[in-house]
Every structure is written in structure tokens, then in C-alpha cells.
Design a protein around this ligand. Structure first.
Ligand SMILES: N[C@@H](CCC(=O)N[C@@H](CS)C(=O)NCC(=O)O)C(=O)O
Length: 262
């Protein structure tokens, strides 16, 4: 029995949903409403003390951290494999996964949070939203959200987030000169872990970050999107009306992203 605590717009949860679909695994979804901060409720914190999605529960045993969950699923259900048999390629795959965890994901949070989470918090009273954010367990995340709440896309964090996104894209363009996928010629966990961050760009109509000068990245993302695992694990949560709404909001804010591009 596999259960996933998830949210449709969470790139970390999207990674795991792609792996589950690639391996044709049956799973049960528990939707965690991040806008209402259900992730900070006591019962959820017992499962995931960091107060974030995703969380996987497999036969009552809990696994947290999206990259660890992806590798757990790969090791537990090895077929079809999402990992090379070449140990150097596995090392490269883990390098990309680590890069996503420590750099790309916080950057994505920085530009996505003001669009998706901030409006819900702004609808609450000041005391209510400050009390909620004070409960975020990790200090760097808590302080970043406090800045993003106050300044939105004008927060000081946004410049670095945009340049990290852009550098990642340029590094991917270089990597894709060597093979069809980010590591060699096999679709691997490196591709799984990167693809959701391009969904974020797509949903806000911010694809100019790669479309103008990174054709290999554009082609790579189109091939990720064409996979049934992406369709069921990610795209299914973005019906046309939701996408149109998000793209409209994103387009209106593009200038706040574009000002940090060289
Ligand atoms: N390192 C964690 C990060 C998870 C994470 O940041 N999840 C976000 C959604 S993508 C979340 O739950 N945010 C809730 C919050 O920050 O309040 C992982 O890879 O699982």
C-alpha cells in the first residue's frame, strides 16, 4: 500500500508522482492544502516534521524528502529502471538531484510562492498570517516566506532565484549536447527531478527563460511532457481553465522576473 501526501502545484510532489506513474504503481493520494497551511498541523508534522509535501507512506512506514522518496521507489520497485547501470552516470544523476534540492527548488519556491501562496495569506488578518508563518519549522524557509509575504516578487531573494534558474537552464543546454536526456541516453531520475520546475515556468508563461536561446532544453521538456507519466502525474492537475488563469497572472508579473535576466 502506497500513500502520498501531495499538492498539485508542488514540484517536489510532482517528481514523486512521475516516478509512481513510470513504474505503474497504484497509490492513494492525500491532498494537503498548502494555502491553508494544513502542512503545519500537528497530525501532519508527526509524519513529516519539516512540514512540507511530499510524504510517502509505504505499508505504514514513512519516507520523506522528494529525492529520497524517488530513490526509495527506484530501489523498491526497480522495473522499469530510472537509473543507469553505469556508476559514473549514477553519480551525475545524483549531482543533478542534489542541485535541484539545494539550489533550484528554493529558487522555484521564491518565484512561485508569491504567486500561489501569498494571495491566500493576504486574505487573512495580519495577526493570523504572522502566527501561521511563525510555525514554519525550518528557520531559512520561515524567514524567506516572511520576506516573500512582505515584498512579494520585489523581495531581495528574487534576483538570485532568477539567476539560479537561468544558470541551471544553461547548464542543462550544455549537458544535453552529450545525449538525449540530462545524463546520457536514458530517461533517469535526473530528468524526473528537473521536469517539474519547467511546469512552473509553463504555468506562469515564463518559458522565455529557456525558449529564446536553449533549443535543446525546449526539446527535452517537450519530450518529458509527452511521456504518459508526465501527463498523468503533472499535466492532469492543470486543466485548461486553471492554466489560462495562472498564465494570465504570470504574464502580468513577467517584468518582475525579466528585469533580472542579463
Ligand atoms: N526538501 C523537500 C522540500 C519540500 C518542499 O519544499 N515542499 C513545498 C512544496 S514544493 C512545501 O510543502 N511547502 C510548504 C511550506 O513551505 O509551507 C523535499 O524535497 O521534499
Amino acid at each position: 500500500m502506497l500513500e502520498l501526501y501531495t499538492h498539485p502545484m508542488s514540484p517536489c510532489a510532482q517528481k514523486v508522482r512521475i516516478v509512481l506513474a513510470e513504474k505503474s504503481l497504484e497509490w492513494q493520494a492525500h491532498h494537503v492544502n498548502l494555502q491553508e497551511k494544513e502542512n503545519l498541523r500537528e497530525d501532519y508534522l508527526k509524519l513529516n516534521p519539516l512540514g512540507v509535501v511530499p510524504t510517502l507512506v509505504h505499508d505504514r512506514r514513512v519516507v520523506i524528502e522528494s529525492s529520497i522518496i524517488c530513490e526509495y521507489l527506484e530501489d523498491t520497485f526497480p522495473e522499469p529502471s530510472l537509473k543507469s547501470t553505469d556508476t559514473w552516470e549514477v553519480a551525475r544523476m545524483r549531482f543533478w538531484m542534489k542541485h535541484v534540492d539545494i539550489k533550484l527548488h528554493p529558487s522555484c519556491g521564491t518565484i512561485q510562492w508569491p504567486m500561489v501562496m501569498r494571495p491566500a495569506l493576504m486574505a487573512m488578518s495580519e495577526a493570523e498570517r504572522e502566527a501561521l508563518l511563525a510555525q514554519v519549522p525550518e528557520k531559512p524557509r520561515r524567514e524567506r516566506q516572511q520576506r516573500l509575504l512582505k515584498f512579494g516578487l520585489d523581495a531581495p531573494d528574487v534576483a538570485d532565484a532568477v539567476s539560479t534558474y537561468r544558470k541551471t537552464i544553461l547548464d542543462m543546454e550544455t549537458a544535453l549536447q552529450q545525449g538525449d536526456w540530462v545524463v546520457g541516453n536514458r530517461f533517469s531520475l535526473a530528468d524526473v527531478c528537473l521536469a517539474p520546475y519547467f511546469q512552473t515556468l509553463l504555468q506562469f508563461n515564463w518559458t522565455q527563460l529557456y525558449r529564446a536561446d536553449c533549443p535543446r532544453v525546449a526539446d527535452w521538456f517537450a519530450r518529458c511532457q509527452a511521456r504518459p507519466s508526465y501527463q498523468s502525474g503533472v499535466a492532469a492537475d492543470f486543466p485548461l481553465d486553471v492554466t489560462a488563469d495562472l498564465q494570465q497572472q504570470g504574464s502580468a508579473m513577467w517584468h518582475k522576473i525579466a528585469r533580472y535576466l542579463d
